[in-house]
Design a protein around this ligand. Structure first.
Ligand code: DOR
Ligand code: ZN
Ligand code: ZN
Length: 354
């Protein structure tokens, strides 16, 4: 028996839960089961749903569904859309943060004009975060806005050497920018994309070994958070002529990162900063009393699709050997996940809406 390790409940600031409109891929009950199985007790759900979380009515209706069906604590992003900028102040009352999509992604939510970007920075409350899907030179656009408006901007899924180096330079210059990287960009490269086909396709795409090396080189410094970008699509959709980008990530993130700790790539303390302390601080999320994750840091397993809780039922990491498994999760004093007792899983509605 190896000793059990206690970690704080993990926080994922980048999860796609597909409500409304994509419930066949995931919903609050299935996605938050996956979250708990992965050690996450607090997650932020993305707004590129169908219709998107870009209007007061859709956001309000989705909050109502979330509060009835979520198993862990969940907050919602509002989505920036050129058609609905006037709604931003009203959206802010119901959302944890604003998401702006500058680049190619899944779904129609996109901001490609400067007037809308100005409106976002003027109308969104200063106390709430603006997160950006920015790739390549769009990262510079986001940094420019952070500088011009002197306010924090969080960059989602940074994946390339030149991007992480630009964020490092912006931080060096005193700008209040933060960033996340995903486990898939830390553990897979374009070589895996060739092997996996559509199951290895996401935005940003998997990158070169040199890009991955740069992310690891900045993991103790420039990187603020590990975020999953859990983006489930069904195998049927992935096999279609026009497969949507995105891969599941909630249930593999912690085992992968614990494996990296075993390999000496980062410390356990740093893992806790990246997966719990920093995300909570950056997004101003509430603390969760009597909440912790018990992991067996030495337990070995092979990632398997049939053990997943996510509705999509597959992961690009299937077949990979990992070391470090979630045994039990306790939320506010209640056991909400136990690897040996499926019946311990929190019921839908047991989680709180942030
Ligand atoms: O791969 C991706 N999938 N990138 C995105 O930006 C969106 C996400 C999704 O919602 O499926
Ligand atoms: Zn994105
Ligand atoms: Zn995403």
């Amino acid at each position: 028996m190896s000793p059990t390790l206690h970690l704080p409940g993990l926080v994922d600031v980048h999860t796609h839960l597909r409500v409304p409109g994509g419930e066949h891929k995931e919903d609050f009950a299935s996605g938050t089961a996956a979250a708990l199985a992965g050690g996450f007790t607090q997650i932020l759900a993305m707004p590129n749903t169908s219709p998107p979380l870009a209007t007061r009515d859709v956001l309000q209706a989705t909050r109502a569904i979330a509060s009835q069906t979520t198993r862990c604590d969940v907050g919602l992003y509002a989505g920036a859309s050129p058609q609905h900028v006037v709604e931003l102040p009203a959206l802010a009352a119901q959302a944890v943060a604003l998401k702006i999509y500058l680049n190619d992604t899944f779904g129609p939510l996109r901001v490609e004009d400067l007037p809308t970007l100005h409106a976002c920075f003027r109308l969104w409350p200063r106390g709430k975060m603006i997160a950006m899907h920015a790739e390549g030179q769009s990262v510079a656009v986001g940094i420019g806005l952070a500088a011009a408006y002197r306010r924090p901007v969080h960059f989602c899924h940074i994946s390339r050497r030149d991007e992480i180096e630009l964020i490092a330079a912006a931080k060096q210059a005193g700008l209040t920018v933060t960033c996340e990287v995903t486990p898939h960009h830390l553990f897979l490269t374009d070589a895996d994309a060739a092997r996996l086909g559509p199951l290895g396709d996401m935005r940003p795409r998997l990158a070169a070994q040199d890009d991955q090396d740069a992310l690891w080189a900045h993991v103790d410094t420039t990187v603020d958070c590990i975020a999953t970008d859990h983006a489930p699509h069904t195998l049927e959709e992935k096999a279609s002529p026009n497969p949507p980008p995105g891969v599941a990530g909630l249930e593999t993130a912690l085992p992968l990162m614990l494996t990296a700790v075993q390999q000496g790539r980062l410390s356990l303390d740093r893992l806790v900063e990246l997966m719990a302390l920093n995300p909570r601080r950056i997004f101003g999320l509430p603390t969760q009393p009597a909440t912790f994750v018990e992991v067996d840091p030495h337990a070995r397993a092979t990632v398997a699709n049939d053990r997943l809780h996510t509705r999509c039922g597959w992961t690009p990491f299937a077949g990979l050997a990992v070391q470090g498994l979630v045994r039990r999760v306790t939320l506010r004093g209640q056991v909400v996940f136990d690897a040996d007792r499926p019946e311990a899983l929190a019921r839908p509605g047991a989680g709180q809406l942030i």
